[in-house]
Write a protein that binds this ligand. Structure first.
Ligand SMILES: [Zn+2]
Length: 227
């Protein structure tokens, strides 16, 4: 299987990253956001839910702000929509808000979670985006990133010199996989950033340290749907 190299961001790009919860943006796209800002691209991160299911909202928002600062993103480019955690599917208004954001920011590239993700809010993010894009004339490129999936990333744990590969069950003609290679320095920065998510690293039951650390690798992975 060939994993293509993702086209690097340029200063003409306007990048919109959708994160269902405060931390998804960093686990999935920290490296891309960092590179995009370095290249002079405009980046906005939209956190859809309040993340309340796992810990206090204020704490989680603070962690996203601090983590994104490490990527070089200013506070004014992070938006917290505050929809109820675990209820995104039923939050019809989310589609309307996304239409407004996309119409005004006019992104060239959007990053979103996938409909194959096991988390219900991650799936909902995908469907709200799909619906919103039906109303948008100039369609941006959309890349999907995966967080919760069986044996993904594999192997689990802090292995910063290893690479992430797509799950075998999601390798087929429906999508094209892309990788963004990170330098040792960038991987180190991503690690420092993820260590900021103290509320999540404390969690033992749902999101274990091992799972979070599995995203600190020498690449990030995205896919595009083949139409
Ligand atoms: Zn999430």
């Amino acid at each position: 299987m060939v994993i293509k190299k993702i086209k690097g961001p340029t200063k003409k790009d306007r990048i919109l990253v959708l994160a269902p919860h405060p931390d998804d943006e960093s686990l999935g796209c920290f490296g891309y956001i960092h590179k995009a800002l370095k290249s002079g691209a405009k980046v906005k991160v939209i956190v859809l839910t309040d993340g309340k299911f796992l810990s206090k909202t204020e704490q989680r928002y603070k962690e996203t702000i601090e983590t994104m600062e490490k990527a070089g993103l200013k506070r004014k480019n992070i938006f917290f929509l505050g929809f109820r955690d675990l209820h995104l599917k039923r939050t019809v208004y989310c589609t309307t808000v996304l239409i407004k954001i996309i119409s005004s920011f006019k992104p060239t590239i959007i990053f979103s979670t996938s409909n194959y993700d096991f988390n219900i809010d991650h799936k909902a993010c995908y469907y709200h985006l799909k619906k919103a894009l039906e109303k948008i004339k100039n369609k941006p490129k959309v890349y999907y990133y995966l967080i919760h999936y069986i044996f993904f990333p594999f192997p689990r744990g802090l292995k910063p010199n290893k690479k992430i590969f797509p799950p075998l069950t999601l390798i087929n003609s429906k999508r094209t996989w892309f990788k963004l290679e990170l330098t040792e320095k960038e991987t180190k920065l991503k690690k420092e950033a993820i260590l900021n998510y103290k509320s999540q690293l404390r969690m033992l039951l749902f999101v274990t340290k091992k799972k979070l650390f599995s995203f600190i690798r020498r690449n990030e992975l995205f896919y595009k749907e083949n139409t």
